[in-house]
Design a protein around this ligand. Structure first.
Ligand code: PMP
Length: 440
């Protein structure tokens, strides 16, 4: 079978995510059939290859077909592929929960599982509301979120998100959370630092909490980097201030680390850089190294205790069919093994320094604004009014064997943690070449 065979069959039967399907027919968004992946590379059926510089939507930490993760999943497959997690348990889910708890120094010792990031966020929102309800405060049933934040595509998560492209069509269906300004470091006035911006944003957060804390269950943030909203970065001082304010006003803090967790910002969890502990930590994406769908909400003894009761309805009765799937949990355990055995964070620090240097020509490009970096995330804003910039750049990058998907006019890099120097050089050079070919 060639690329063309798969393209024809796909177009007749598959509806793709985050896509205006007509773009596949007009050629605006070429569809790439992938036969196999190896390391950072994806290969199509005709022998073309693409460097996966966005880790396949930020999930694939250690490359495609990672032998260690695959071996663990294959071994698990022959023992137990699935069992419901209500009334039953199994070794991978117990071990994973224990190991994740240790990674939060035992402070978030209770793990509730689902299969995707949006479901994890829904769980955190429901748990927070239900906690207050169980404490006799059912009026705390609203949420607060950041401008430009993104937490998923379900109705509940769109309600705490603020990316118009995904949300506006569904506005009549949503129960919209109140938004407070993003501590976006790009908003620094001359002479100001990102810390000043964080303080200013926190002052508005404080005013909101002071006025509405009686009706607010939780404040939800993507700590350090707001992803889908445009790789918007902020100072760790902001989550620190937010933690203090949430404590002062009796509001939960939900850290959505679905994108920023697992070393992406330089520390294992992003909130570590603020020296804080959230009440709820949502994880997914890199959790299984990009191998299988899995998400988890981690929370405190105090939250857990609020549900522990004789009354069924005071319990958290949420469920998904594949909650805690053993194969996915084994993939996650293998991913944590790689972190433990390979000194991943130290390697990433060295890589990040080198890649930042390699991106100097991009950073200095006359049409580039706001070059920014946080751990293993790099982003730039392109000075263009071309409404088709995103798709045109995407095509030019693909032509040069590089998979980069801009968010609007923001080009970002979120490579797997395994690029070698040659791949890093190729990526940096071809990104600039793609940009030059895109801009008039
Ligand atoms: N939160 C954040 C910060 C995300 O980046 C995403 C996915 N891009 C989600 C939630 C939703 O995760 P999923 O796509 O797995 O539902």
């Amino acid at each position: 079978m060639s690329n063309l065979d798969w393209l024809d069959r796909d177009r007749a039967a598959v509806w793709h995510p985050c896509t205006q399907m007509k773009h596949h027919d007009t050629g605006a968004l070429p569809l790439a059939p992938i036969a196999r992946g190896q390391g950072a590379w994806l290969y199509d059926f005709d022998g073309r290859r693409y460097l996966d510089a966005i880790s396949s939507w930020w999930v694939n930490l250690f490359g495609h077909a990672n032998p260690r993760i695959n071996a663990a999943v294959k071994d698990q497959m022959d023992r137990l592929e699935h069992v419901l997690l209500a009334g039953f348990t199994h070794a991978p889910v117990v071990e994973l929960s224990e190991r994740l708890a240790v990674l939060t120094r035992g402070e978030l010792g209770h793990c509730f599982y689902a299969s995707d990031g949006s479901s994890a966020v829904e769980i955190a929102l429901k748990m927070s509301f239900h906690y207050w309800r169980n404490h006799g405060q059912p009026g705390k049933n609203r949420f607060l979120c950041l401008a430009g934040g993104y937490h998923g595509e379900t109705l509940g998560t769109l309600g705490v998100g603020d990316v118009a492209l995904y949300k506006d069509a569904y506005a009549p269906l949503l129960r919209q959370a109140a938004t407070v300004p993003s501590p976006d470091a790009r908003l620094a006035e001359p002479g100001e630092t990102a810390t000043h911006v964080a303080q200013r944003a926190a002052a508005v957060l404080e005013a909101q909490l002071a006025e509405h804390h009686d009706s607010i269950a939780a404040f939800i943030v993507e700590p350090l980097v707001q992803g889908a909203g445009g790789m918007v970065m902020h100072d760790p001082h902001y989550p620190r201030l937010a933690r203090d304010l949430c404590d002062r006003y009796g509001v939960h803090l939900i850290c959505d680390e679905i994108m920023v967790g697992f070393g992406r910002t330089g520390t294992f969890f992003a909130h570590e850089q603020a020296g804080i502990r959230p009440d709820f930590l949502c994880l997914s994406k890199g959790l299984t190294g990009g191998c299988l769908p899995l998400s988890v909400v981690m929370t405190t003894d105090e939250v857990f205790a609020a549900f522990y009761d004789d009354a069924m309805t005071r319990g958290f009765l949420h469920s998904h069919s594949y909650t805690g799937n053993p194969l996915a949990c084994r993939a996650a355990l293998a991913t944590l093994d790689i972190f433990a055995e390979d000194e991943v964070l130290a390697r990433n620090r060295r890589f990040a320094k080198r890649f930042t240097a390699l991106l100097a020509p991009l950073a200095k490009h006359p049409r580039v604004r706001h070059f920014r970096q946080c751990g293993m995330i790099w982003a730039v804003d392109i000075d263009t009014r071309d409404p088709d910039f995103r798709l045109r750049f995407y095509r030019e990058a693909l032509r040069r064997e590089v998979l980069l998907r801009p968010l609007g006019t923001t080009v970002y890099f979120m490579p797997p943690y395994i690029l070698d120097d040659g791949e890093a050089v190729l990526l940096a050079e071809r990104a600039v070449a793609a940009l030059d070919a895109t801009l008039p």
